[in-house]
Design a protein around this ligand. Sequence first.
Ligand SMILES: NC(=O)c1ccc[n+]([C@@H]2O[C@H](COP(=O)([O-])OP(=O)(O)OC[C@H]3O[C@@H](n4cnc5c(N)ncnc54)[C@H](O)[C@@H]3O)[C@@H](O)[C@H]2O)c1
Ligand SMILES: O=C(O)[C@H](O)COP(=O)(O)O
Length: 630
Amino acid sequence: MAATSISSATNKLTDQSPPLPLHTTAARSSATRLSFTNSSISLQKLAISASSTNQSSRGSAVSALKTARESEQASKPRNSDPAEKSPKPTVLVSEKLGEAGLDLLRSYGNVECLYSLSPEDLCAKIGEFDALIVRSGTKVTRQVFEAAKGKLKVVGRAGVGIDNVDLQAATEFGCLVVNAPTANTIAAAEHGIALLAGMARNVAQADASMKAGEWQRTKYVGVSLVGKTLAIMGFGKVGSEVARRAKGLGMHVIAHDPYAPADRARALGVELVSFDQAISTADFVSLHMPLTPTTNKIFNDATFAKMKKGVRIINVARGGVIDEDALVRALDEGIVAQAALDVFTKEPPSKDSKLVQHENVTVTPHLGASTKEAQEGVAVEIAEAVVGALRGELSATAVNAPMVPPEVMSELAPYVTLAEKLGRLAVQLAAGGSGIQSVKVVYGSSRDSDNLDTRLLRAMIVKGIIEPISDAHINLVNADFIAKQKGLRISEEKLAVDSSPDSPIDSVQVQISNVGSKLESALLENGNISIEGRVKDGMPHLTRVGAFSVDVSLEGNLILCRQVDQPGMIGTVGNILGESNVNVSFMSVSRTVKRVKAIMAIGVDEAPDKETLKKIGEVPAIEEFVFLDL
Ligand SMILES: NC(=O)c1ccc[n+]([C@@H]2O[C@H](COP(=O)([O-])OP(=O)(O)OC[C@H]3O[C@@H](n4cnc5c(N)ncnc54)[C@H](O)[C@@H]3O)[C@@H](O)[C@H]2O)c1
Ligand SMILES: O=C(O)[C@H](O)COP(=O)(O)O
């Protein structure tokens, strides 16, 4: 049997990776909407319902991660969703949203539309809501998440750009962020083309001049588009659609995008080139990248200096990708002949903005997504994503959580409870839980590492380990972040075993290193606390403690004892429990050497009182024992 480290290719969340794989636009471009079957809905709940219990007590957070048995029940038709029996979720919509989307939201929750909240008012109100839906005008800052005090479970961005949402803070607070990445693509591309053509022919300036009573035919001579080179900066959804349309206008289209696949560009007859090549050869430069720390002011004095004199710039992406003062200088110097801008660093820009007032600049007030069709589409897209998230489904448009495909969720569902319980048991075996720094998880599986996606299980193990010893509430969104914050290093290994390939995992072993144990028998020779579990008949079982094989269903509570292997031990302990009316659900005895040492694992429905536990400890043959709360 060979152990391999699970590669980062499978495991997108590693110790070294940033807290969470915030969505890269490249990856998201190819994201498709997941359609959930009734049975997969309940299984997906296992992951996100953890986030929906953020503010609840430890007990309810645990119960939100349904046991396999509960998940079977939950796989009944959608209308049996237990969330629908509890008070309706509350949704705050802070910017204008299409009616179809609002209707959908109202069918699931209580919706309040408050369109002109100040940042202070938003903070004052947010603690009442489970979900917040915004467009680009609402800044969802760290203060908003702090003010929500754990109530806010999902932020829905009704559009593409998520630069107005503090994703790091959302992640830290375990709040899922979803967006609506597809419904306004065409609208934005059409607006880009409108600005391109309108700018080239001075439509806006000529219109204003005529309305001022003038008739200026020579002043507004334009430039032609056909045969000109257009550089698309950011060849994602909008950029590709602009390229497609520009080709139709007879333009020569090149593009720069470090993450775009060359074959997609080739299919549209677009050449992918370097940044410098794009900006230095283009007659028109159209911006379509997201605003990120890397793209912030990526168009500045230095880049304008590299451009062809007389270049024309279109920006329907984000104002922040341009250094606006530098653009004014480039316009004044004639490097940039014209600019057409839909977006601004500060929106709305100040009334006396030199850029807005510049005679060679055409402006629109962030209208890229503003068509009736796009707004209805975006509203439905975001409403579906938010309702899905509130129901506990994993969203295909999640931007701060790993996207675990439904088929993977469905396969791993039985192991979710096992993973959390093993984490919970392992930490209780450690002497002085808060000192845990290093946890190794070994998955026994016949699958190769690339076919074993363990992110969900790792999150649940982290949950099991951390929640009992802290006030953190952990879910798939924030598990890796909180582990890192607590100084907990999780490493994962896959052990090749000869088991059925139909089942993704044969066993899960959790080892904690460099801490003492409350139960010496749980230690391996290397000094690590070690427990192992398996799923049997859909139920989580503890199958190994240290070097001892056991077999006990992980329900209720557990007593682990090490004793001298001698007759009558089962009866003695059983009697003590029986006298206290504690029902034994499972019992398993395993020994190392006949008549020398044995370990007994006893599942109990009720937690024994202190007196009963004391009596067990006083049985002469019992060398050590521990009571574990599952
Ligand atoms: N004006 C509007 O109303 C409006 C409407 C829709 C979208 N947008 C904005 O347009 C932009 C593009 O949206 P989209 O839906 O096409 O997103 P997208 O994620 O599909 O595409 C963005 C592309 O930019 C690329 N990119 C990232 N960093 C880059 C860099 N440094 N240089 C070049 N390319 C880079 C990505 O690889 C990706 O292919 C976003 O900023 C979005 O917010 C604005
Ligand atoms: O990123 C987007 O989707 C666009 O910029 C649209 O923003 P809006 O929803 O504020 O119109």
